[in-house]
Design a protein around this ligand. Structure first.
Ligand SMILES: Cc1cc2nc3c(=O)[nH]c(=O)nc-3n(C[C@H](O)[C@H](O)[C@H](O)COP(=O)(O)OP(=O)(O)OC[C@H]3O[C@@H](n4cnc5c(N)ncnc54)[C@H](O)[C@@H]3O)c2cc1C
Length: 483
């Protein structure tokens, strides 16, 4: 199938403008500019037009015109994705379709524990709406003030509470989708039981806009926790952290909502570069776990259970030192250390990123093998391992050697080895039966890596699905899988 590359003729652009109305489009370069730059600055694209439809009917009308004329569409949410999926290509022949005006909460049903929201709703606004109704919408990630639920679902976003509540995919009961020919699947059903054949909504979750445009979703809500306990724990090593995770799950009645691993290298960078941060423990240690447990009961039993688990783990030699937050504010300060790691890595020069997962029990082996392998390739390289190890997910970001200048040619030369280092790390991930993309998706950046590591049977099936649903290849072409 040929990729759509031709410039949309003026007549097509006029039809699209008319279909959406004056408020719903712009071709102004200044207004379009922020939409054309990828979050990390890796890609700057161009687009023939930026459309901002405000209703599902307008999205469908625009997609129908694009289908008739063979015009490629790039759906865009909050543009915080890290794989270049929401950025149009440099040739400028695509239409950018922003969902930002499709941003109404259509319903909140506290008894059914569901919230029905349009794709352009900002994630933090949905969390607040749930909270106002004494419910929890648990999807939570660093970009929650900007990213949109349509983007979260299209990337199957993860975040910090996956261990307890699952990925974005697990939080969806129903979906409304505009197909690549402009037809609408009206699947906004809030059912926990619906065994009527293929679960079609799953096709669009995590598809990164390559199979259709998500316009609304029915999302699962949960009881709001009454007690949250946060602990900052120095552990003997990553193996001890994984053992502690298992013990904390059993010891608290599976109340663990987040379990993050932080290396000393990562913490040192935060303490050096992020103002107002302090080490929660008095001595330095090589590895830490940041643990959140939550319970619907406010009787204090959870704190006792966490304390008991940590004391037992200390006796067993897994934990060296630990502190439990005395207030919500202290808990926030602990989380700030974790959330600032990526920012703190920036002044340390080039950083080659890996967003990978392995079975939880294989995390220690992965960290040991990957750290040794990258050090053999580039002596002095600094692995900054951290992340949601409760889900077997490690952000294995490797900073350039400490002694080198952090800018200019040395940094460029280091970053030029991105592909080589990725291959070394991804080979280890594959050997441990892991994934080369734990939560950020494939986008444009990992298309070749996906083709390299997925089995030929799976890749061919993905291509078949793409060709079947999008025979004209107009939905975000060149992303995820090339048909
Ligand atoms: C500081 C920071 C922290 C982050 N932390 C996490 C994290 O912990 N976990 C995590 O998983 N991610 C994280 N991310 C990545 C990013 O926030 C998520 O991928 C998020 O889900 C993207 O949402 P978005 O609205 O910005 O989507 P965009 O970036 O706009 O789009 C992402 C992809 O989805 C497609 N898309 C967007 N909306 C639609 C739609 N309505 N229909 C069809 N396709 C659509 C786009 O074409 C693109 O392919 C983080 C990003 C930042 C900047």
């Amino acid at each position: 199938m040929a990729t759509v590359l031709k410039q949309p003729p003026a007549a097509t652009l006029e039809r699209l403008k008319t279909a959406i109305g004056a408020k719903g489009w712009t071709a102004d370069p200044a207004e379009m500019s922020p939409h054309l730059l990828e979050e990390r600055g890796h890609y700057r694209g161009r687009a023939a037009l930026l459309l901002r439809p405000a209703t599902t009917a307008e999205v469908a009308a625009a997609v129908r015109i694009c289908a008739e004329t063979g015009t490629a569409i790039v759906p865009q949410g909050g543009n915080t994705g890290m794989m270049g999926g929401a950025t149009p290509f440099e040739h400028g022949n695509e239409i950018l379709l922003s969902l930002s005006r499709l941003n109404r909460i259509r319903a909140l049903d506290p008894l059914n524990y569901t919230l029905t929201a349009e794709a352009g709703c900002i994630l933090a606004n949905l969390q607040k709406a749930a909270d106002d109704a004494d419910r929890l919408f648990p999807l939570s990630l660093g970009a929650e003030g900007t990213c949109q639920i349509g983007g979260n679902l299209s990337t199957n976003a993860g975040g910090v509470q996956v261990l307890r509540y699952g990925m974005a995919r697990d939080l969806v009961l129903g979906l409304e989708v505009v197909l690549p020919d402009g037809q609408v699947i009206e699947g906004l059903r809030g059912l926990r039981k619906d065994n009527t054949g293929y679960d079609l909504k799953q096709l669009f979750l995590g598809a990164e806009g390559t199979l259709g445009v998500i316009t609304a979703a029915v999302l699962k809500l949960f009881p709001r926790p009454r007690e949250v306990e946060t602990a900052f724990v120095a552990v003997r090593d990553p193996a001890a952290a994984i053992e502690l995770l298992a013990r904390t799950r059993s010891g608290t009645g599976d109340a663990v909502t987040a379990f993050e691993l932080i290396s000393r290298t990562a913490l040192d960078m935060v303490l050096t570069h992020i103002p107002g941060t302090a080490d929660p423990l008095s001595a330095k240690h090589e590895w830490y776990a940041l643990i959140d447990c939550s319970s619907g009961d406010s009787g204090g039993g959870l704190r006792e259970a966490v304390e008991r688990t940590l004391a037992d783990a200390m006796e067993a030699g897994l934990v060296i030192d630990a502190t439990l937050a005395a207030s919500a504010q202290q808990g926030k300060a602990m989380w700030r250390l974790r959330d600032s790691i990526t920012e703190a890595q920036k002044p340390e020069g080039g950083s080659i990123k890996h967003d990978v997962s392995v079975p939880v029990s294989s995390v220690p082996a992965f960290i040991a093998e990957a750290s040794a392998a990258v050090a053999r390739a580039i002596p002095g390289i600094r692995p900054v391992a951290f992340g949601h190890v409760g889900d077997g997910h490690i952000h294995f970001n490797v900073s350039q050697p400490a002694g080198e200048p952090k800018q200019g040619a040395p940094r460029d030369a280091y970053l030029a080895r991105w592909g080589e280092i990725n291959r070394i790390v991804h080979d280890i991930v594959a050997r441990l039966n892991g994934s080369i993309s734990a939560e950020h998706g494939i986008g444009r950046r990992k298309v070749d890596e996906l083709a390299h590591y997925k089995s030929p049977v799976e890749i061919e099936l993905m291509r078949t699905l793409k060709r079947t649903l999008d025979p004209k290849n107009i939905m975000n072409p060149g992303k995820v899988v090339v048909p």
